[in-house]
Design a protein around this ligand. Sequence first.
Ligand SMILES: [Zn+2]
Length: 423
Amino acid sequence: MIVARARIGGVRGLVDVHVADGLVTSVEPWAPDRPPVGDDVLDVDGHVVLPGLVESHLHLDKALLGGPSGGSDLQGAIAWTAARKADFTREDVADRARRVARLALENGTTTVRAHTEVDPGVGLVGVEGVLEVAEEVRETQRIQVAVFPQEGLLVRPGTLELVREGLRGPDTVVGGCPYVEPDREAAERHVEIVLDLAVEHGVPADLHLDLADDADDPRFTLAEHVARATIDRGLQGRVAIGHVTTLAAMPRDDRARVLAALAAADVTVTVLPATDLYLSGRDDERNARRGVAPLRELWAAGVPVAVSSNNVRNAFTPTGRADLLDMALLAARVGHVSEPDELDHLVAAVTDVPRRLVDPEIPAGITPGARGDLVVLDARDSGQVLLDQPRRLAVVRGGRVAWTDLPAVAVPGSLVLDRRAAC
Ligand SMILES: [Zn+2]
């Protein structure tokens, strides 16, 4: 496939992106006198093309559940969801996962890391439901499963065995949730078990590290411990930590030390602003805290930052459309972001940074060797896409059109994305 006349970030003029066997093979300047021809040319007419978006932190198994009336804090959301999990069936999980995965695809997301709960109550029902959808949509979207012990490992006997079993599935990641353990020692042990499983199974690790309003509870300030344990095991570049809202609560000097440790260990921080804003500051009578990790300080310290949706319409996050451009714009708003290079960082936070988490062995971006996953936007200026929130015109996965809502589309084949011409 050739995606012709594409406008991509950091490149002057238009380019033709060649894709074969699922990967980008070359990116060549568009030559008006030699337009590419053939059945597999997608002529995007100078529109902006981004790498396929990557939701590295999305809960498909508990999406679309709604939540308790009146809302709740983190503990309330976990308890409410734990009760709902008793009713989960594989079919019900697959049905909700399928709907959200589709929504994500239509918003340009070609890869999802689905954090999926396991515990002795729900067993592997969630994992099985999500894997069913992953197999179903394989051609159009990649769904990777992070096997996630939301209710703890040490505090919930029987869960570790289920995590091990879940990791036998295809394309899995080991998840973690140390803050639900009873004390600091157990929380540290939880982190170590998760990272040991990553080594044992040769998979990445992705932990829900903390989600607290302040940094007083020692179970919630494990970022330096994760950094050390990552380096000890040679897992640099393969560990992500989500929320980490305590970073926003720490004194500046402590924070600088923790950020330096995370940067040295190449640990990615996944910022989840929709959830963090919703669950944080619940007891604050005035000036409710935002509880979102400080983006600009993370970038300044050299910490890789991903942004993701986390949840769609459940007790943890009552809103959401699985739209990563929308989520990155929310992060910009809450993170005091204004500069062009910061907006570029946020685009990378939903493309290249999470791509490196799910595909550590291949280059990110639109470059030879990268995945042939692309999203075509109704935009002409790649520097403005977050502010413009352009409509998604087409999604390409591995060199095939995976989704488009343009009329008069022939797939595969030549597709002209000038809508007047297409009508
Ligand atoms: Zn999560």
